[in-house]
Design a protein around this ligand. Structure first.
Ligand SMILES: NC(=O)c1ccc[n+]([C@@H]2O[C@H](COP(=O)([O-])OP(=O)(O)OC[C@H]3O[C@@H](n4cnc5c(N)ncnc54)[C@H](OP(=O)(O)O)[C@@H]3O)[C@@H](O)[C@H]2O)c1
Length: 326
């Protein structure tokens, strides 16, 4: 049966985008075929669509690291036609045809039943970005962060991961300080629950210094680069930073003094290969005690408007979460 898909073709060194008809028979082998109802736009999708070899090597290709929909066919007894399911991460949208299409076929151990409390739409309003924000907060709280630890810094605050982190932390009773490069979005960040706002320049000041004044009870860092290590140097004694992103760069100037003198922790966060049981646990938290109304973050996209969203997320101009309706 035919279905519609977003399609990236490689022509020499350029990558072109179009919308095409594909056939279910073109999909790779897998246990579960899903009728995708919603996907979402993440920074990594834009990297895939523009040929970043660290994300996608094989073209032509359909990106989309997130998908939510109904099971159409399943060769395992874990799922039956009609089940509402979510797939995020693993190889979806990297070198496996992804969620920017009306059909995907994937291994059963990538698939999670949509938890009660979420639905296909709200799960994709979260998507990988929202899931990763929750994973960062989960790691920080497991490392001892509480609202009494002090203000929590969120970098890249208007982006997908950052905006969900601001909203969720404020909902959980934390005082949130947001770093943004978009002065026109200060009011939006305040409405999400940010108590104070720093510019990227503020966050990058003092790069050459070995330590900075103790300020943060925790940090959700979505940007990497020198902003990341400046935040490590500003952690209060014994506190932690969760690092998940690299939009500002993969490298940073660092020294060991914050670890030796302030007992702080730099925690890595990966949502892609996180084992399914852990993914399930965090989805359940998001569906229950961490459930928040994210409607003010939503930008509705379709396959027709996706290309513009890809350009804007690459330029760091996207605000909140792009939800793709198939
Ligand atoms: N580890 C994982 O499993 C995982 C999962 C999801 C995402 N990620 C990574 O997390 C990062 C954020 O993803 P996302 O989907 O939230 O992307 P996004 O929506 O584009 O958000 C990134 C935000 O970072 C800020 N920014 C952009 N360029 C910057 C620069 N040069 N310097 C400083 N800040 C900059 C912008 O916010 P402001 O304008 O407000 O500053 C931008 O909106 C990406 O690197 C992504 O690959 C990793």
């Amino acid at each position: 049966m035919a279905f519609t898909a977003f399609w990236i073709e490689k022509n020499d060194k350029t990558f072109t985008r179009s919308i095409i008809e594909r056939d279910e028979a073109d999909l790779p082998a897998g246990d579960v075929m899903i009728e995708v109802k919603y996907s979402s736009l993440n920074y990594k999708d834009a990297l895939s669509a523009t040929g970043n070899p660290g994300v996608t090597r094989n073209f032509p290709h359909t990106p989309g690291i997130d998908a939510a929909g109904f099971v159409l066919e399943s060769s395992t007894s874990d799922f039956k036609p009609g089940d509402e399911v979510i797939v995020i991460g693993f190889d979806l949208g990297m070198n496996t045809p992804g969620g920017f299409a009306e059909r995907i076929r994937v291994p059963a151990d990538w698939v999670i039943r949509c938890p009660e409390g979420l639905n296909l739409h709200s799960s994709m309003l979260l998507g990988t970005a929202g899931f990763t924000a929750a994973e960062c907060i989960d790691k920080l709280t497991n490392a001892g962060m509480t609202p009494a630890s002090g203000p929590v810094l969120v970098t890249g605050a208007t982006g997908g991961v950052g905006s969900v982190a601001v909203k969720l932390l404020a909902h959980l009773g934390y005082e949130v300080a947001a770093v943004t490069g978009k002065p026109e979005q200060h009011e939006f960040l305040n409405s999400l629950g940010a108590a104070s706002i720093l510019s990227r320049e503020d966050a990058a000041a003092g790069v050459g210094k070995p330590l900075l004044a103790e300020r943060w009870g925790g940090v959700v860092d979505t940007v990497g680069g020198d902003i990341l290590f400046n935040a490590v140097k500003s952690l209060k004694y014994g506190c932690s930073l969760a690092a998940c992103g690299l939009v500002a760069g993969a490298d940073f100037q660092a020294n060991v003094l914050p670890f030796l003198l302030r007992n702080v922790n730099l925690l890595g966060v990966d949502s892609v290969e996180l084992p399914l049981a852990e993914k399930s646990r965090i989805w359940t938290r998001l569906a229950q005690e961490w459930q928040v109304d994210l409607s003010e973050l939503e930008e509705s996209l379709t396959l027709d408007t996706l290309s513009d969203g890809i350009d804007r997320i690459l330029a760091g101009q996207m605000v909140g979460r792009g939800v793709v309706k198939l």
